[in-house]
Design a protein around this ligand. Structure first.
Ligand SMILES: Cc1ncc(COP(=O)(O)O)c(C=O)c1O
Length: 445
């Protein structure tokens, strides 16, 4: 199918025609004979009516197997900060492809990427690169346990730190399993996890400083790991003083404070949420926006902690700092470091957030818009501010699913869980087109 035809179908989407996803549907049925569940990651199986086959992506758009040109707010689930297939990143990667793909040695681009990284991120005196956020989170926890000689880790309800057994506890628990708000029952995030994998995890509600302080004062906690703003399930900011309080009590009790900035890192500001909120953790984990879609993650932090990796703490990985990925990382960080792209996205994102509030107000439908202009969350059926995971559960998620499905049929691809990722390619025209479609869909809800 020619790009011309694809583009014209996309324009039709903004003219009110309902899109068809028949080719994606039949490809998904065929895929299910080979790929378990038809996908390679469970989070890709949820979008209604079925996962789409994406053939091309450019700027703020993706083009699917049916030739639909959709305005995209998945952002690859967060990494796409510059826009899809940014030519500057593509050139850096293809130049590197001519030089070396993998030599298991050091490279000048890795060293330069590390230098810029440490300049941008407040806590980063040292950094190590990984491939996925999941493994970088594991590295941070290992370093914290080695440094403190303790094993217990506090994590929070609704926060996600990767899909492995040791941390996949209470990431999205239902109320029926979750116990009391003050003393939640750890809930396994998957079948197949031994109960022993949660033995070192203490689950607390997020954004409640007295509860966190009381638990830390027992003096047996190796690390507190949190999303500094809860962006995976929603986009909830910390209560005033919460991060500062957590910082202070961690220092007083000898626990390592870890910010999981896999979503917020390089997205909400050049130095991530720690820059925005002015609170510096001991260690932090980054991924997603660090390389605009290439698989790169990083653990970073205080030199004395990170240097344990040079001694008795094993941190390894065949593909760590893979040269093509480092070329993408270096080029992305160079573009993000002065913050002007973040400011541009902020202008458009702020306009979108305000317009969403207005559209639902006009309709007389309760809605809540929270977060940052570069990544925000829309919840329906609720209007009071969300503080934690249990507040996320109060929203009308079935209605939201109907809303996001209707958006898709009208040309806007937005995540069913309510999170909207903007990129530098989402210009005012893209925002205008999106708002027109959203207005139409809300009218019909
Ligand atoms: C906050 C957070 N931490 C960790 C991860 C895991 O990262 P990855 O999927 O790269 O393993 C994610 C993934 O979405 C995340 O949102």
């Amino acid at each position: 199918m020619s790009m011309r035809l694809q583009a014209s179908r996309g324009i039709a989407a903004t003219e009110g025609k309902r899109l068809s996803f028949a080719h994606s549907a039949s490809a998904f049925r065929a895929a299910s004979a080979y790929l378990a569940g038809g996908v390679s990651s469970n989070v890709r199986s949820t979008p209604a009516p079925h996962p789409l086959v994406i053939e091309k992506a450019e700027g703020a758009y993706v083009v699917d197997a049916d030739g639909n040109r959709l305005i995209d707010y998945y952002g690859g689930m967060g990494p796409i900060i510059l826009g899809h297939n940014d030519a500057r990143i593509g050139r850096a990667v293809s130049d590197q492809l001519d030089k070396v793909v993998l030599a298991a040695g050091q490279s000048a681009i890795e060293i330069e990427a590390a230098r810029i990284f440490c300049k941008m991120v407040p806590c980063a005196e040292r950094v190590r690169f990984n491939i996925s956020g999941t493994e970088a989170d594991q590295a941070a926890l290992r370093i914290a346990r080695a440094a403190t000689g303790r094993t217990k880790v506090i994590k929070f309800e609704g926060h996600y730190h990767g899909w492995v057994d040791s941390v996949l506890w209470s990431n999205a628990p239902g109320l029926e399993d979750a116990g009391s708000a003050e003393n939640p029952t750890p809930v396994a995030g998957s079948l197949g996890m031994p109960a022993s994998s949660g033995a070192e995890i203490v689950v607390l509600p997020w954004n409640d400083l007295p509860l966190l302080e009381a638990r830390l004062r027992k003096g047996d906690i190796a690390a507190v790991i949190m999303e500094a703003a809860m962006c995976n399930a929603a986009a909830i900011k910390p209560r005033e003083g919460y991060l500062e309080g957590a910082r202070r009590v961690c220092s007083e009790t000898g626990a390592i404070l870890i910010f999981d900035e896999v979503i917020t890192g390089f997205r909400v500001a050049p130095g991530g949420a720690q820059q925005v909120f002015g609170v510096t953790p001991d260690l932090a984990v980054f991924a997603k926006a660090i390389a605009n879609g290439f698989p790169v993650a990083a653990v970073a932090g205080r030199a004395d902690l990170m240097e344990l990796c040079a001694k008795s703490v094993l941190h390894a990985g065949t593909y760590n700092a893979q040269p093509l990925c480092m070329a993408a990382t270096l080029a992305t960080l160079q573009l993000l470091q002065d913050g002007s792209l973040h400011d541009g996205i902020a202008a458009r994102g702020t306009r979108m957030m305000a317009a969403f509030t207005e559209i639902f107000d006009e309709k007389g439908m309760p809605a809540r818009v929270t977060g940052f202009p570069q990544v925000f969350h829309l919840a329906l059926g609720v209007s009071e501010p969300a503080r934690d995971w249990r507040d996320v559960l109060k929203s009308d998620r079935q209605l939201y699913r109907r809303f996001s499905t209707e958006l898709l049929f009208n040309g806007v691809r937005a995540l069913e869980r309510g999170v909207w990722f903007l990129s530098a390619a989402h210009d005012h025209k893209v925002v205008d087109d999106t708002l027109e479609i959203v207005r139409g869909v809300v009218k019909s809800l």
